[in-house]
Ligand binder design. Sequence first.
Ligand SMILES: Cc1cc2nc3c(=O)[nH]c(=O)nc-3n(C[C@H](O)[C@H](O)[C@H](O)COP(=O)(O)O)c2cc1C
Length: 194
Amino acid sequence: MKLKILAVVGSTHADSVTRVVVLAVGEELRKAGCEVDLLDLSQEPLALFNPETAYGQPGFAGVKARVEQADVFILGTPDYHGSMSGALKNFLDHFWREFAGKLFATIVASHEKGLTVTDQLRTVARQCYAWSLPYGVAFADKQHVANGQIVNDSFQSRLGMFVRDTQVYGELLAQQRHADLAGADAGFMARLRK
Ligand SMILES: Cc1cc2nc3c(=O)[nH]c(=O)nc-3n(C[C@H](O)[C@H](O)[C@H](O)COP(=O)(O)O)c2cc1C
């Protein structure tokens, strides 16, 4: 079974550097044998989350099905005021059970290493019973990405590590999640059995 990845672009900026990196990572994961689905929130925006209306909005059911079938979420966002973009937070607010037992792998465009943004994404993962890689990748426009290209060798090699770890740990977690959903053991996934 191929590892299923949903790669989310959380910038609505037309010339987004986040998009450049998410696309590059998605391409490498595809070459490594993963099934990669791209959700670019600038192309497929979700309405501002309202718990009373969100689940009946046009387009929601399609996105939900894609989230449900994913094993791993690549979450890309610009640093906005030390936090994630509203577009990415809005996407995350629409789901939680669908994230449980799955892996978040995060990418942040920031001039300040994006540490607070990475931490906030890890907080969301924890709140939703998801796992996160023990590190995230962060980069700066012009220094690491310029003219739509990755231009920095050490960043490129960090992305190589990120792609490898996303696949390896994504597969381990997916295997365990499937076993826990199919089995009868106690564990945090037991409540999600159908
Ligand atoms: C509203 C807003 C807030 C921002 N806040 C920060 C910030 O707190 N720290 C930072 O390093 N960059 C900040 N930036 C800069 C963006 O993170 C940076 O330009 C990033 O590369 C944009 O990525 P994108 O092209 O993928 O949208 C901010 C940009 C905007 C528009």
